[in-house]
Design a protein around this ligand. Structure first.
Ligand code: SAM
Length: 274
């Protein structure tokens, strides 16, 4: 049973989560001290805990299957939010399903959903990117694909990397693209900055980032295929290449973004010197 826990405000612990934790024979968590505090808050004591973090989740499978095989319930929690969302959980789910056991979840807080719904951007179609790669070619390619994405994009980021990520997004998406920076959601200092990426760069220069942030980036405008010129396709290709994408990835990105046949983008790419 995957059990969601609060992302900052203990009042957000769902009653069914408390029941599931109380009834568990084993609670898998990232940090026993942190989860111990949550259990103490709910008055639960004496439940066996085991660490299932990024390094130990796979090693925990045998113990989990043993408990389930003996008819006990296993609860999986993380430090905050929904297990499996940029957190451990999915490897245990796969192993438990493969062993023929049932998996269910107690729904609850997830920072990405809350940030999306308060962003003011389109909530009908969106993409969750988790944490973007920190360096190198992978980072450039991810930035280029975010720039071309027509759906709302949600990104998690650590506070000490947020300014650089916003700078890079402004460089690849253009300073006019709108963004919402959702900070310290559900906590005392919750706030949402809404503006363009250029404004976000200026905002972060004067307000050093503190606490946890989710970035929500408005999708790129959907172009009318009839109106896209070769010059625009070329510009898109150059931007993707400058962001670190190789030619194939740049062509794919521009093709999806502008909804034009690959052959046409390929022909335009031939005009760009290698
Ligand atoms: N499993 C969690 C969830 O369901 O949202 C996410 C865990 S991930 C390791 C941590 C990241 O989630 C943070 O770096 C931040 O981007 C985002 N986050 C978590 N809590 C947050 C909060 N209260 N306010 C803003 N962002 C938060």
């Amino acid at each position: 049973m995957l059990v969601s826990t609060p992302i900052g405000n203990l009042g957000d612990l769902p009653p069914r989560a408390v029941e599931a934790l109380r009834g568990a024979a084993l609670i898998c968590c990232e940090d026993t001290r942190r989860t111990g505090k949550l259990l103490a808050h709910t008055g639960i004591s004496g439940v066996r805990m085991a660490i299932a973090n990024d390094h130990t989740e796979t090693a925990r499978v045998a113990e989990v299957l043993e408990v389930l095989g003996g008819g006990g319930n296993v609860a999986v929690v993380t430090d905050a939010g929904t297990p499996g969302i940029s957190d451990p959980g999915s490897r245990l789910v796969r192993a438990v399903l493969d062993a023929g056991h049932a998996v269910s979840a107690i729904p609850g807080p997830a920072a990405l959903v809350m940030a999306l719904v308060v962003s003011g951007f389109d909530t009908n179609r969106f993409v969750f990117e988790g944490f973007v790669p920190r360096t190198g070619r992978d980072r450039g390619q991810r930035m280029a694909s975010i720039a071309a994405e027509v759906r709302t994009v949600i990104v998690y980021e650590a506070p000490h990397r947020i300014a650089r990520t916003i700078d890079d997004l402004a460089a690849t998406c253009g300073g006019e693209r709108r963004v919402a920076l959702a900070r310290e959601l559900t906590k005392l200092h919750e706030e949402v900055f809404r503006g363009t990426l250029a404004e976000a760069v200026a905002h972060l220069a004067t307000t050093p980032p503190r606490g946890e942030y989710v970035l929500v980036i408005e999708g790129a405008p959907v172009p009318d295929p009839g109106e896209v010129t070769d010059a625009q396709l070329r510009e898109g290709l150059l931007m993707a290449l400058a962001g670190g994408a190789d030619r194939r990835a740049a062509i794919a990105t521009v093709m999806v973004a502008h909804r034009v046949p690959k052959r046409r983008v390929y022909d335009v790419a031939l005009t760009i010197p290698r």
